[in-house]
Each structure stands twice: as structure tokens, then as C-alpha cells.
Ligand binder design. Structure first.
Ligand code: GMT
Length: 388
């Protein structure tokens, strides 16, 4: 198939999943075209069968706002005409579902031209935060419904979508996935010693995110401070975003700043996860929690919030621990238990890896997308019954 994948290039799970899907589809013999404002995060290496098309949004003195939706739709039309796309797969509804819908309308306006099918994948905040905001809800719901196929990354997100938006489309759940050949623990004693400062008793705790308010970065530091009082440990903060500075400030207030290291954005996450003994994810909301899945694949037990799709990824007490987002003490207790009970740590980290290998590797999930593409191509009418 000729597939156009539209995604955000910034650091974030939706762009990572879209890029990994693009690579995996190319490996399976499809011609894939990534369409984004710049080369997506983790997408820079050459990959046979995968091309990148940059969306340019020129400014104009009259415009106070960049017209990204229009330039993106325009780019999708051009790529589709030139490369005869069968599928436009929009990752993150806002505004990608709208751009894909507009592009399909433009393409269907020309007699005899090929009209690709549109699939939208909902990732989370495109529904739960921004999509359901009354400034976007009507357009978001309309464009999701106008897609020829809709997927969500968890059952929880599918249900949230029906609860929060007037969407009637049949939403197909396809969970996120990893390239399990790449996401696996690799030992680097010298690097570990660098972060433990050579003290073998020191445990390494890690948090990876884009440090937006929904990630509750200050809670990460609060959990760590409680844990640090009971176990010699250091905290690695990986990523950047608006709340990183607040997290740093909280570490100073709690007297643990010397034990907290900020590593900023890192494209190669596996070497860092491979050093860690514990991953903290006390988010307010997670439709799936790709960062938790990446940690589990590297045999790092996760202590996370019992919200959204996280219970579909982590089996509480077996492959990790889940607590209400505000249960800081309970999260710290679970962390201490994992860091002080070696057999428990081993049991949970092995169970976490086994769960990833069994349910979330590319070879199990990518064929589900392929099958869905075929199903959508075979179906001659759109969700609303409009012949296309
Ligand atoms: O968090 C966002 O605003 C969007 C998105 C992203 O690009 O990182 O995150 C969501 O999609 C990821 C990939 O499907 C999920 O793993 C994250 O759980 C989800 N974030 C939230 O629901 C907060």
C-alpha cells in the first residue's frame, strides 16, 4: 500500500508511535510517506521504503496566526497526487483529522483522480484535554466522524471519546507498541557508575516525559524525596517542557536537589532506561503511557497513576504498581518495596518484560494496523454513509 502518515514532530508519544509505525510498515514492504513540519523525533535515520515530506507554513503580514491546517492539507493533497496514496493516516486528531478530511475532499473533487481513505488515530489529549475543550469539540468530533476509520490507543481512550465528544464513529482499539528488538535492557556498568557516583548501594530512579502539567513533574520529585529518605538513590529527569523548572525548584525546596539530575531531551532512551531501577509516572491522565511501556521493555518496574489506559498496560502488583495520582505516600512505599526487596524487583521486572513481549511488540500490533487499512480500503462508504 501507499501510506501517508501525518504526525507531530515534537517529542511526544503520538509522534513516536507514528514514526515507529511508518518504519515498521516500510519494513513490511509498503511505501510510506511521513508528513510533518520537520523530521519527527526518532525518525532521522535513513529507512528504505520511508520518505519524509516537510510541511511549510509561510507567514504573511496580515496573519497573526500560522495557517498550519491549510498548509498541511495542501501538502497531503500534493503528496497524495504524486504518490497515489491509498491511506492517509492522521495521528492526533487536532488538527490532523481536519487536514486529512479537507485533503480527501479536495482530492475527490477531481473526476477520475485517486481518493485515499482517511484513518485517524486518537492518542489521548486530542480528546481528553484539548479536543473536548469547547473551543475545539465541534470540529474535532466532526472530523473524527468523517474519517473512514478511527482507532484509539486504549479501550479507556475509546470510552472517554464517546463520553466527552459527540462522536458516532466505530472506534477500533489498537494499542501502542515497541520495536522489541531495540527496546531491551543493555548493561553499561561505566555509565551506571557515572550516575551512582560509584556507590553500588545507590538506586537509580527515572522519569521520562515532556514535562507538561498533565505529567505532574512536581509529584515525581515529591515521591522521590520520600523514597530518597529511606533508600540511597538518585533521580534522573529525562525530557524538557514547561514544568521542568518547577520540578527543579521543588527538589531544592525538599532538599534533594543534589540527588536530582536533569538530562534534557534525549533521543536514545534505551541506554538511560537500562541504567534505572525504578520508573515514576504519577500523571494526571495517560491514555496509554508509552513511556511506561518503554521502561517495562527495559525491565524497569513502573510505579504509576491508576488513570486512563495505564491499567491496560500495567497489571497492578504483577508488572508494576498503580495508585491514585495523589497517593504520593503509597507510590513512595511501592517504590521503596521494589528498591529494597531484590526478589520482588526481579519478579516484577521479569513480569513486565514478559507482558511487553507477549502483547506490545511491533510484530503483534503492526499487522492489526495493516488489517485495518485493508478493511477500510475495502469499505466503499464513509462512516456517515457518504459515498466517497
Ligand atoms: O500527551 C499528549 O498531549 C499527546 C500524546 C503525545 O504525543 O505524547 O500523548 C498521548 O499519546 C501517547 C501515545 O499514544 C500516549 O502514550 C500518552 O499516554 C498520551 N498522553 C496522555 O494521555 C496524557
Amino acid at each position: 500500500m501507499n501510506v501517508g502518515i501525518v504526525c507531530y514532530a515534537s517529542v511526544g508519544g503520538s509522534g513516536i508511535v507514528a514514526t515507529e509505525l511508518a518504519k515498521a510498515l516500510a519494513d513490511r514492504g509498503h511505501q510510506v510517506r511521513l508528513i510533518s513540519t520537520e523530521m519527527p523525533f526518532r525518525g532521522s535515520e535513513y529507512h528504505a521504503g520511508l520518505a519524509f515530506h516537510a510541511v511549510q507554513t509561510p507567514g504573511y503580514p496580515l496573519f497573526r496566526e500560522p495557517q498550519y491546517l491549510l498548509s498541511l492539507a495542501n501538502k497531503i493533497v500534493q503528496v497524495s497526487r504524486e504518490h497515489e496514496l491509498d491511506i492517509i493516516h492522521a495521528h492526533y486528531a487536532i488538527p490532523h483529522a481536519a487536514a486529512a478530511y479537507l485533503a480527501r475532499q479536495i482530492l475527490s473533487n477531481v473526476a477520475g483522480g485517486k481518493v485515499p481513505r482517511v484513518i485517524t488515530t486518537l492518542h489521548g489529549t486530542d480528546v481528553t484535554l484539548i479536543g473536548s475543550d469547547s473551543s475545539y469539540s465541534e470540529t474535532a468530533a466532526f472530523c473524527i466522524d468523517q474519517s473512514d476509520g478511527v482507532t484509539a490507543v486504549s479501550r479507556s481512550l475509546r470510552d472517554d471519546t464517546y463520553r466527552q465528544l459527540p462522536v458516532r464513529a466505530d472506534i477500533h482499539v489498537i494499542p501502542n507498541f515497541l520495536d522489541c528488538g531495540i527496546h531491551r535492557r543493555s548493561s553499561d556498568p561505566a555509565l551506571r557508575a557515572r550516575f551512582t557516583r560509584g556507590d553500588e548501594k545507590v538506586r537509580l530512579v527515572i522519569h521520562v516525559s515532556n514535562f507538561r502539567p498533565v505529567k505532574r513533574a512536581e509529584a515525581v520529585v515529591e515521591i522521590f524525596a520520600r523514597l530518597h529518605a529511606r533508600v540511597p538513590s538518585r533521580l534522573l529527569l529525562v525530557g524538557d517542557g514547561p514544568d521542568l523548572e518547577k520540578a527543579g525548584r521543588r527538589a531544592h525546596e525538599l532538599g534533594v536537589a543534589d540527588a536530582v539530575e536533569q538530562l534534557g531531551e534525549q533521543e536514545q532512551i534505551v541506554p538511560l532506561l537500562s541504567l534505572a531501577d525504578l520508573f515514576l509516572l504519577p500523571s494526571e491522565q495517560e491514555s496509554f503511557g508509552l513511556a511506561a511501556l518503554e521502561a517495562m521493555a527495559c525491565q524497569v518496574p513502573v510505579v504509576a497513576s491508576q488513570v486512563g489506559g495505564l491499567p491496560e498496560v500495567i497489571d497492578h502488583g504483577v508488572t508494576g504498581y498503580l495508585h491514585p495520582p495523589d497517593a504520593i505516600d503509597a507510590m513512595a512505599d511501592s517504590g521503596v518495596n521494589l528498591l529494597t526487596d531484590a526478589p520482588l524487583h526481579q519478579r516484577v521486572s521479569e513480569a513486565a518484560l514478559a507482558a511487553v513481549l507477549q502483547r506490545f511488540c511491533a510484530n503483534a500490533i503492526v499487522p492489526q494496523y495493516e488489517a485495518f487499512y485493508h478493511e477500510v480500503i475495502a469499505c466503499q462508504t464513509s462512516v456517515t454513509g457518504t459515498p466517497s
